[in-house]
Design a protein around this ligand. Sequence first.
Ligand SMILES: C[S@@+](CC[C@H](N)C(=O)[O-])C[C@H]1O[C@@H](n2cnc3c(N)ncnc32)[C@H](O)[C@@H]1O
Length: 250
Amino acid sequence: MENNPVFTIFESLPRLGAGDDEHTAKAFSFIAELPKGGGEILDVGCGKGVQTMALARLCPSCRILATDIHQPYLDVVEEKIGAEGCSGRVTTVRASMDDLPFEEDSFDIIWAEGCASIIGIENAVRYWKTLLKQGGHIMISDILWFTRTPSDEAREFFAEFHPGMMTEDEVFEVIRDAGLELVGSFRLPSRVWEESFYGELRKRFGALEEEYADDEGALMVINGLKRQTEIFDKYHDEFGNTYCIMRKPE
Ligand SMILES: C[S@@+](CC[C@H](N)C(=O)[O-])C[C@H]1O[C@@H](n2cnc3c(N)ncnc32)[C@H](O)[C@@H]1O
């Protein structure tokens, strides 16, 4: 799986999905009660740890375990941990998000920006719930349809690029069916997609095409990303990143 060229293509990006510290903080603000003395946070699919470090700043008394499957990303997170003086309370573990080496009922918060759909949102929510303490929260942000009736061009693109993309309502139902309370949800403004992710990708397409000129698999990924930015320009009212904050009842 790690042979997928997407891992190396994304290594040059500052963040690996759309989002920013402001919206990480907004999602975190839905979590009203934190355990005395901090809490245990699991950051799943942490990438280069942008939101890991934002969480560390938002909750200086929390302990954070940042996990990802790609070690070079975790190496970047380790550098950030050192630079921000968080060694000891922020640590990294290489693990697959569908097979995490942790006990049941271990975490107060499970955080997953832009990655739950990698294993399927329903699988993710049901599995991660088992690792969560009672009264704990899960936050997922993912690319979702805002409409049940998207334009043909957008629907056809995602049928190939991201099959199984769900509507917001379908995800809310998955959350309720898993026995979790939906505490809140909000959409990432489309300007943040451009500022945090697509803008950075657009700057790199030319160089990436040169770098991977002999790699058919990588060129397919780069073309898919290019096409995604074009689809987003045309149809950003129809899909985007939705943050969902949910709670495991006591
Ligand atoms: C879209 S990126 C999001 C990264 C980060 N949360 C962010 O918003 O910048 C998805 C992340 O999931 C990781 N990933 C992919 N498959 C995984 C798996 N099976 N288990 C754990 N992490 C995985 C990738 O390495 C990548 O860092």
